[in-house]
Write a protein that binds this ligand. Structure first.
Ligand code: PMP
Length: 402
């Protein structure tokens, strides 16, 4: 009989051979300051040290172990329930969701906001619901944007990373085509790019969009809770009235799980009706919604954001002074290494010194651009930053990179 199965072993072997195979590694988290401790058991590979300092999470404000955030989740679980129990349009809508959405809209400077069960669902659901005729997408946009574009089934024109001039010339070229006059166009970009730490030139992108009548959508996954009043780069640059769709996650600085879209009342009403990832998915779990609300409140009304920026500046300056090339212009510090084996050697050297800074390799980043993605968080102490820098010096020398 013919074999019509799937050669999974072959796929895994190929990944292994190319040093591209990943595996899960369970950890017991000792949350304060981002420590991981050795897990209790299980048969998966485990971290080999009793305690390691983590510079690798998106828990940028360190709020996952904040007592107030945990209490908010606990209280929502006790009063509203652990799960929404149904999609929002059936019986899964609660005051906890409404409160979160009001706070998000206020923070983002929009009429309304809508919570999704993940940032991934927010991107896919929103892009498909808009049904654009043409999408203009930054070449480094997140996978969930790319999947949204694919699912939308329309033409997607990719422009060079953070290059508003290239975007404009691609808009111009498209405008010259025969049927462009009645097309709907959506320009979509991350605001802070996760693997490069770059910040999109949003004002120039809005200028280009307005010149051609296109809509703009900005993914603030890595900026929500951090910039301006916690409202992201769009708020920081005063662009809330010029960006049509602001999207983000609750899973990074807001220490929870879920995603959101903020925009006009009309946009949100359309998503409530047409975004399949919203309509046909169970509402966000109430403890997740409550935790995100509390985290956003803390982000807005405390000095926690300043502590993150102090740590990021200290670490970036120290790494650059040592001779490392640190990419981008945000709280994310990608330390460019180049060769994937060198990146793995540097990450291993860091790990031997009890600092977790994983190597990012192809296909996540282009060939020859492997790097360590280093993310300080607000609750790292000065001593932690110094320990990280010392480990980089020693591991960098060991790997012949300094
Ligand atoms: N957009 C960007 C830019 C992201 O980095 C991520 C998460 N890695 C997402 C969207 C998806 O968000 P979530 O994890 O909430 O699904």
């Amino acid at each position: 009989m013919e074999d019509r199965g799937f050669d999974l072993e072959g796929r895994l072997d190929a990944l292994e051979e190319a040093t591209l195979k990943r595996s899960l590694s369970p950890v017991d988290r000792v949350a304060e300051r981002g420590y991981f401790a050795e897990p209790a058991g299980g048969d998966l590979p485990v971290l080999d040290s009793a305690e390691a300092l983590v510079f690798a999470s998106n828990n940028y404000l360190g709020l996952t172990d904040d007592q107030r955030v945990q209490d908010a989740a606990r209280q929502a679980a006790a009063t509203v329930g652990t799960g929404a129990g149904a999609s929002r349009l059936v019986t899964g809508d609660t005051m906890v969701h409404q409160d979160l959405e009001r706070l998000l809209a206020e923070t983002k400077g929009t009429e309304r906001a809508l919570a999704f069960s993940s940032g991934y669902a927010a991107n896919v659901g929103t892009i498909t619901a808009l049904e654009p005729d043409v999408i203009f997408s930054d070449e480094y946009n997140h996978a969930s944007i790319i999947d949204g574009c694919r699912l939308a089934g329309c033409e997607t024109i990719v422009y060079d990373h953070c290059d508003a001039a290239d975007l404009r010339s691609k808009l111009e070229r498209r405008a010259e085509s025969a049927d462009a006059s009645d097309e709907s166009w959506l320009i979509v970009t991350d605001s802070v790019f996760s693997m490069d730490g770059t910040v999109a030139p949003l004002s120039a992108i809005c200028d280009a969009a307005e010149a051609f009548g296109a809509w703009t959508m900005v993914d603030e996954a890595h900026a929500t809770g951090l910039y301006a009043n916690g409202g992201g780069v769009v708020q920081a640059e005063g662009l809330a009235d010029r960006v049509d769709v602001q999207m983000g996650t609750l899973s990074k600085a807001l220490a929870s799980q879920g995603g959101y879209v903020a925009g006009s009342a009309e946009l949100i009403e359309c998503l409530v009706n047409d975004a399949r990832a919203f309509v046909f998915s169970t509402g966000l779990a109430p403890p997740a919604a409550a935790a995100a609300s509390e985290a956003l409140h803390i982000a807005r009304h405390s000095d926690v954001r300043e502590r993150l920026w102090e740590n990021a500046t200290h670490l970036r300056d120290g790494l650059e002074a040592m001779g490392f090339e640190v990419l981008g212009d945000s709280q994310i510090l990608p330390v460019l290494v180049g060769d994937r084996e060198d990146a793995l050697a540097l990450a291993d050297g860091m790990r031997e010194r009890d600092i977790v800074t994983p190597a990012i390799r192809p296909p996540t980043v282009p060939e020859g651009a492997s790097r360590l993605r280093v993310t300080p968080i607000a609750t790292h102490e000065q001593d932690d930053i110094v320990a990280c820098l010392e480990a980089f010096r020693a591991a960098g020398e060991d790997a012949d990179l300094l």
